[in-house]
Design a protein around this ligand. Structure first.
Ligand SMILES: [Fe+2]
Length: 573
């Protein structure tokens, strides 16, 4: 689609590309979060990427990975359960949760699979990160050519070491928990390195990884707990914890330890349980982490046909398959963690009666912005009585406070890093709309970019020049915030001045004929979307099927070989 400017003036300093991850709605999938991944890209300068003059290119493409291609070729072979799809081919990697830029490269991620690289220009699939053998044993021995790997939907790119850090989870059936391994990829070749972390066990997952200059920070994102009883066909009984363990691991220790050997972590705690966390790059005074907590958001509860909502009314059939939304206001906290002891000091904390459903946010990801963050922009979607089920309320009856008497508005709020005071906020009055993933766009990055530096890297010592991701005055306050708003009248995109979102949108784009889009999850910004560098070595599906494809029935094996051939041929891949 080519979006149309319907109000305001679109500033010339808004440049680059906003990218969004989305799970595609698939008939029959019981949980919307398990749909095949799609990437959407909004070009922020009119008349680019194929849009006519004055229009803005919104381009959407399925992550056409081996998983998606096998699903497309033999959908009858895939069956959907409470934890997603399984098939004789293995467990598909839906890559539907977050876009992860790395300089001029772009990856799509999720918790149940490896990051998948796509071409920023065409959004076509290029390859998954790391040969399956280098990821080690799958989480469960389910067989097939699609390995069942539990990972993180938010790996991080290390701008100084020029590598990607992620995790792999190892199921321990005896304790019902998962061990944690750190995963490292240097961006070249088809091998990742792994180090088990001593005594690190998660109940839920490790949804988000964050980092400072010298440390990785991991946490149990316990808002999605696999329920073995439910997986066996029974009722869901697992509930989320009230706090979450956090681990701090020194990067130098990882890189000086032979892969496969165990590394030590310093343990800390955060409460309530947390989905996303973002550390300040500079860690000389300790590791300063902003936690977006998910108070009484249990992603294991999805809305089912026959459910009653919090008002006792039958749920809207259109919401079946969506997750059960927040049953309490969500908290944001900023902690200073001592990496030697794990002791954590609270620097700031925000939880208000308007902070229900805060899972999506925007910040300045440039090295300069991470070093001196100023504003953290959060999208609060508001309380939604119709998306909270009596079934989930019953499971949390001993922890549930009062629910708001009616739906509360969506709010875009800019929080000061440190004390988390609300610097500015904008309230969306229409509770029938859903504000979704905001994107921070630095002002005029090209004017300050050092073209001699590698894109996405630091500024190489010349402080008058910045990385490709750095704008005029990095930190999060100088630039723009792009917010897609989902509405039955069609999607629109609001643009705010990042320094004063409370002034309201400075410009708005709309879909040309009122088209709607399905749920958008996380977002990111890239300074540009060039064609991928074809000279880089990438994993080929054909190189990891031997030893696995032979066990499939002939007809399915033929499909696997056909998909491997498609992906090996660049013109068809
Ligand atoms: Fe996430």
């Amino acid at each position: 689609m080519d979006l149309v400017l319907t109000s305001g003036t679109w500033p010339r300093e808004v440049t680059g590309e906003a990218v969004f991850s989305s799970p595609e709605p698939v008939p029959g999938v019981p949980y919307a979060l398990f749909g095949p991944g799609r990437l959407c890209r909004l070009s922020l300068q009119p008349g680019t990427h194929g849009a006519p003059e004055g229009r803005f290119a919104w381009r959407s493409h399925r992550v056409d990975s081996p998983s998606a291609r096998l699903f497309g070729a033999a959908p009858e072979s895939f069956s959907a359960g409470p934890t997603g799809f399984t098939s004789p081919f293995g467990v598909p990697n839906q890559a539907n949760t977050a876009p992860l830029p790395w300089g001029d490269r772009l990856f799509a991620t999720w918790d149940v699979g490896r990051p998948a690289e796509v071409d920023p220009a065409t959004l076509g699939f290029l390859g998954e990160v790391g040969h399956r053998d280098s990821w080690g044993d799958p989480a469960l021995p389910m067989g097939g050519v699609l390995p069942f790997l539990l990972s993180s939907a938010h790996p991080v790119v290390d701008p100084e070491r020029d590598c990607m850090w992620s995790v792999k989870l190892v199921i321990d059936m005896a304790s019902g928990t998962q061990g944690v391994e750190v995963v490292h990829w240097d961006g070249t070749g088809t091998t990742v390195s792994r180090w088990p972390v001593r005594d690190a066990k998660v109940r839920g997952g490790a949804h988000c990884v964050t980092q400072s200059r010298d440390f990785l920070v991991l946490a149990d994102s316990g808002n999605f707990i696999p329920d073995l009883g439910e997986m066996a066909g029974g009722e869901r009984t697992a509930v989320i914890d009230t706090s979450t363990p956090v681990w701090v691991i020194r990067k130098d220790q990882l890189l000086s330890t032979p892969p496969g050997d165990t590394v030590e972590a310093v343990a800390s705690t955060a409460a309530p349980s947390t989905g996303h966390m973002y550390a300040r790059w500079d860690d000389g005074e300790g590791i300063q982490v902003l936690f977006e907590h998910m108070d009484l958001v249990d992603l294991g509860y999805r809305i089912e046909a026959g459910d009653l909502d919090s008002r006792g009314e039958p749920v809207d059939p259109a919401l079946v398959g969506f997750y059960n939304m927040a049953m309490a206001p969500n908290t944001v906290s900023e902690m200073l963690i001592d990496p030697g002891t794990g002791r954590a000091e609270t620097l700031g904390r925000l939880s208000e009666d308007w902070t229900h459903n805060l899972q999506l946010s925007a910040m300045d990801w440039s090295t300069e912005g991470l070093s001196a963050p100023t504003l953290h922009h959060v999208a609060v979607q508001g309380f939604r009585a119709g998306a909270v089920t009596r079934r989930a309320m019953q499971a949390y009856s001993d922890r549930l406070g009062g629910l708001p008497p009616e739906d509360t508005p969506g709010v875009l709020a800019s929080l000061r890093r440190g004390d988390l005071g609300v610097a500015s906020s904008y309230t969306y009055p229409n509770t029938g709309e859903q504000i979704t993933s905001p994107v921070f766009v630095p002002r005029d990055p090209a004017a300050h970019h050092d073209p001699a530096g590698r894109p996405g890297d630091g500024h190489g010592g010349d402080t008058t020049r910045r990385s490709a991701y750095g704008g005029t005055d990095p930190g999060g306050h100088d630039g723009f915030v792009v917010v897609p708003v989902l509405s039955d009248e069609g999607m629109r995109v609001d643009l705010f001045d990042a320094s004063c979102v409370g002034s309201g949108p400075v410009a708005t784009l709309c879909t040309p004929a009122g088209e709607c889009v399905p749920a958008l999850l996380h977002s990111a910004w890239m300074p540009r979307a060039p064609r991928a560098d074809s000279s880089l070595e990438r994993l080929r599906f054909a190189d990891e099927i031997d030893g696995h494809v032979e066990a499939l029935p002939d007809e399915l094996a033929r499909i696997v070989h056909a998909v491997a051939d498609q992906l090996a041929d660049p013109s068809g891949g």
